[in-house]
Design a protein around this ligand. Structure first.
Ligand code: TLP
Length: 339
């Protein structure tokens, strides 16, 4: 099977498996796991933040990040296709007691001009906006990258208005690679940031939440409340260190593969695709006359896995376990299926 459903499907590299087997561990709930402690220090340094916390998933990182920046009864602004709103089982409502107000943005990139009309002060009828959540890269918009001045302006204006900013940087290192900036530069003005070790970076599990130390101390308690106190988690953190320090340097290859896929797809009659900026190719199949679900099933019978997003669009994601040859095979299979 050539698995283009997501970059979450990567399996740990042989080097990760060795590091996991040899990891020095302790009880992380007592903060005594040296490998977790090291990963947290290195992640904080990579992001230019005071402290970082190892969490089991990106969803938990976002859940805690938003909780830290809001009070119950506030609103959170996020892009209409955002992961926080659509794929996290309403955790913002359940855990933070906040309503998400979605704002549509072309390419998933929210500017201050788009956000400002939706910012609400406290009033007799209104819940105040507590926090803005941005996604970089934006997953369902096709792995798009924030122009840095747009991102920074949203943060600055939000802060002037007393709001705070959480960055869902599940694929922050893809954004860094594409924009040729450091991850720290990208998130410098956000209050809290989450990135995933278990997506493009190839670790088997784990994400990092980072921000000021006082917030990360609180985050540690929220993580425990959510059932995320993982004890000898150094076994996972050992793979996370390799993800952070080595795998983050090879992402251009995935981006090149995504471009190759998109170029091939764009030559197939009825397929419309925007050139990808990173490792995610979202493409429209409406004009083929076939529903995306049917195309996905037909591809599966040819040993290619690509998920539909809805009835007319699909998403292919490149990653460490996908080669140039695999991408060419996927293009050939899609052309056959559509024909
Ligand atoms: N994304 C997954 C699915 O949930 C859609 C994927 O296959 O892309 N933020 C962003 C931007 C994400 O893309 C994801 C996962 C998460 C957060 C959540 O991470 P996990 O799955 O670790 O909870």
């Amino acid at each position: 099977m050539i698995d283009l459903r997501s970059d979450t499907v990567t399996r740990p590299t042989p080097e990760m498996r060795r590091a996991m087997a040899e990891a020095v561990v302790g009880d992380d709930v007592y903060q005594e796991d040296p490998t977790v402690n090291l990963l947290e220090e290195r992640a904080a340094a990579a992001l230019g933040k005071e402290a970082a916390l190892f969490v089991p998933t990106g969803t938990m990182g976002n859940t805690i990040g938003v909780k830290l920046l809001t009070e119950p009864g506030q609103e959170v602004l996020c892009e209409a296709r955002g992961h926080l709103l659509n794929y996290e089982l309403s955790m913002t409502a359940w855990f933070s007691g906040c309503l998400i107000r979605p704002v549509e943005a072309p390419g998933g990139i929210l500017t201050w001009k788009m956000l400002e009309p939706h910012v609400r002060p406290l009033g007799p009828h209104w819940a105040p906006t507590g926090c803005i959540e941005l996604e970089n890269t934006h997953n369902m918009a096709g792995g798009t990258v924030y122009p840095q001045e747009v991102f920074d302006e949203v943060c600055d204006r939000a802060h002037e208005r007393g709001m705070r900013v959480h960055l869902d940087g599940a694929r922050l290192f893809n954004a860094a690679t594409a924009s040729r900036r450091s991850a720290a530069e990208l998130c410098a003005r956000a209050d809290t940031v989450m990135f995933c070790l278990s997506k493009a970076l190839g670790a088997p599990a784990g994400s990092m939440l980072a921000g000021p130390r006082v917030l990360m101390d609180k985050a540690r308690l929220y993580r425990k409340r959510l059932g995320g106190g993982m004890r000898q988690a150094g076994v996972l953190a050992a793979a996370g260190l390799i993800a952070l320090e080595r795998m983050s340097l090879r992402l251009q290859e995935d981006h090149d593969h995504a471009r190759l896929l998109a170029e091939g797809f764009s030559e197939i009659p009825g397929i419309r695709v925007t050139p990808p900026q990173t490792n995610i190719v979202v493409f429209d199949v409406l004009e083929t006359g076939k529903p995306a679900g049917e195309i996905s099933a037909a591809l599966k019978s040819r040993e290619i896995l690509i998920n539909p997003i809805n009835s007319s669009s699909m998403r292919a994601v490149t990653h460490y376990d996908v080669s140039r040859q695999d991408c060419l095979a996927a293009v050939r299979a899609l052309a056959e299926v559509v024909a």
